[in-house]
Design a protein. Structure first.
Length: 237
């Protein structure tokens, strides 16, 4: 498990490709690897990877399967690329963000960036059907960083957009300051929110049955959807 509090930025030192597998050697800041062991987990841009070997000068190796490469931004990394990294949480550690599994749900796209004084606002486009799990004031993990959704807008096809605000400390500790429009991001949705939304949607489907299409049509005519009915109560997600 991870907390979503990025601890450092690592650099890709080398990449080795083999059939169905890509191996990364990452260079970490001094001291990051203290006590790190082979078999330990490290979140790399939000993806939970296992240490396969430890090298000198705070370097470590990781293997990534083809499936993980196809589902995440790791396939686009090159030598010199930078990543947000976090070591696995220890028992009793303070959860400064929210609990993360390190399992990416989908990739999203940066569509706009605003830079008011001392802040950055990033607008992110989400493919269907994942927008149903994203709500204003809820948690979301972007490239391994736990962030709060500022605004959320849904489209009828299940896609949509949301915005997050980044303070100077977040920009200093992460790679977000270097992102531009069109950049792909790894997204892990908040699990409590997913369970709540799926449970409510299943209950509605079970109770309404044949009437469900009519309800969806009525809600659509009013500019709403079942996702709004399944919105978690305040304080959850």
């Amino acid at each position: 498990m991870f907390t979503g509090i990025v601890q450092a930025v690592a650099r890709v030192a080398s990449i080795t490709d083999r059939p169905g597998l890509r191996s990364f050697t990452l260079q970490f800041p001094p001291g990051f690897c203290a006590g790190l062991e082979v078999g330990a987990s490290v979140a790399c841009d939000g993806v939970c990877l296992t240490v396969t070997a430890l090298g000198p000068e705070d370097r470590a190796d990781f293997d990534v399967m083809q499936q993980s490469l196809s589902l995440t931004t790791l396939a686009g990394l090159t030598q010199g690329s930078l990543l947000n990294v976090e070591r696995a949480a220890r028992d009793g550690a303070e959860i400064g963000g929210h609990p993360l599994s390190g399992h990416i749900d989908f990739m999203a796209t940066v569509v706009a960036i605003r830079r008011p004084e001392n802040n950055v606002c990033v607008r992110i486009q989400v493919p269907a059907p994942w927008m149903r799990y994203i709500f204003a004031k809820g948690y979301i993990a972007i490239n391994g960083a736990s962030l709060t959704v500022a605004e959320a807008e849904r489209s009828r096809d299940g896609s949509g957009c949301f915005e997050v605000w980044l303070i100077p400390e977040t920009l200093r500790m992460t790679t977000f300051g270097a992102k531009a429009e069109g950049a792909l991001l790894n997204i892990e949705i908040e699990r409590q929110t997913q369970v709540f939304v799926d449970t409510v949607r299943a209950a509605i489907d079970e109770r309404l049955g044949p009437l469900l299409p009519a309800l969806e049509k009525l809600l659509a005519a009013q500019g709403q959807s079942l996702d709004e009915l399944a919105k978690p109560p305040a304080g959850l997600g």
